[in-house]
Design a protein around this ligand. Structure first.
Ligand SMILES: [Zn+2]
Length: 284
């Protein structure tokens, strides 16, 4: 499916007011191919109600399940009192799909960790890229050191969920901006929303210190050496934000100012790329 076909099918689904299941399947298939996820996504189902999260990825059976209510535009509209807003539901559906695909990618990274990094006893010879990857793997692995109950309660604090939440929303917003589906005002709202996801669960305390989501996950089951390794990492600020790790105050203030008053964005009459530029600015 080339870019043009993607766009046509996308806009067609919205115009017709129905979700094109074949198109959904093609999107997933394409992501599987692009990321070599054949072994990590074997089945896509649409039968299980999944509550608020609208989708699940089961790493045992390698199955992505999409909540069927997302596929039924009419009943979803009635249930959520959204009238005539196929685009909104379609966004949610795509967001759910990309979110679950990101979980499959994370699973693939773990696999690599098990077969490669755990055989290493000395990290001195790793280059920057490998070290970054190792930090990310350890961050994502935090999930494994919590119970299922914890997981439900602390859900959005986990690096794997933060990554899936942000990257999926980012991808969908990017597509929709590209297809001119938003007015200028809506586009800004979307940018604000993306920034909001990024800063979720970060807080500046009275003393001006930035509290991060990662701190709230620390428990006595976690190896201190690994925690130190994660915190003392050399990931850039953008990546640290995604995983909920400690962040520079200056950078935090810059992002927060975007959330509350996206003046820079308005003044420059800019689009997503500018947000991207600010986000990916390397550490000073
Ligand atoms: Zn998730």
């Amino acid at each position: 499916m080339d870019k043009l076909e993607f766009k046509e099918r996308y806009l067609d689904s919205i115009k017709k007011g129905t979700i094109d299941l074949e198109f959904i399947f093609l999107i997933i298939e394409e992501e599987i191919k692009k990321n070599n996820l054949e072994e990590y996504i074997r089945k896509i189902t649409y039968y299980e109600e999944t509550g608020n999260c609208l989708g699940t990825y089961d790493s045992e059976s390698k199955t992505i399940n999409i909540d069927p209510k997302l596929l039924n535009v009419q009943s979803y509209n009635m249930e959520n009192h959204i009238v005539n807003n196929v685009q909104n539901i379609f966004s949610k559906l795509l967001n759910t799909i990309y979110h679950e695909i990101i979980h499959a990618k994370q699973e693939k990274m773990f696999h690599k960790y098990n077969s490669y990094y755990c055989k290493l006893h000395d990290f001195k010879n790793l280059d920057k890229e490998q070290l970054d990857e190792l930090v990310i793997i350890h961050s994502l692995g935090i999930t494994l050191r919590h119970s299922e109950k914890d997981y439900d309660n602390l859900h959005n604090l986990f690096p794997c969920e933060r990554e899936a939440n942000f990257l999926a929303a980012y991808k969908v917003t990017n597509l929709e901006c590209e297809y001119d589906l938003y007015t200028k005002k809506e586009e800004l709202e979307k940018l604000k929303y993306l920034t909001k996801i990024l800063v979720a669960d970060y807080k500046k305390n009275i003393l001006g210190r930035i509290e991060c989501p990662f701190e709230k996950l620390l428990n006595n089951k976690m190896n201190k050496e690994i925690v130190d390794f994660i915190v003392g990492n050399k990931l850039d600020n953008y990546q640290r934000f995604i995983y909920g790790l400690p962040i520079d105050r200056e950078y935090f203030d810059e992002i927060i100012s975007l959330k509350n008053f996206p003046k820079q964005l308005v003044l420059k009459q800019t689009r997503l790329e500018d947000l991207e530029k600010i986000l990916t600015k390397k550490n000073k």
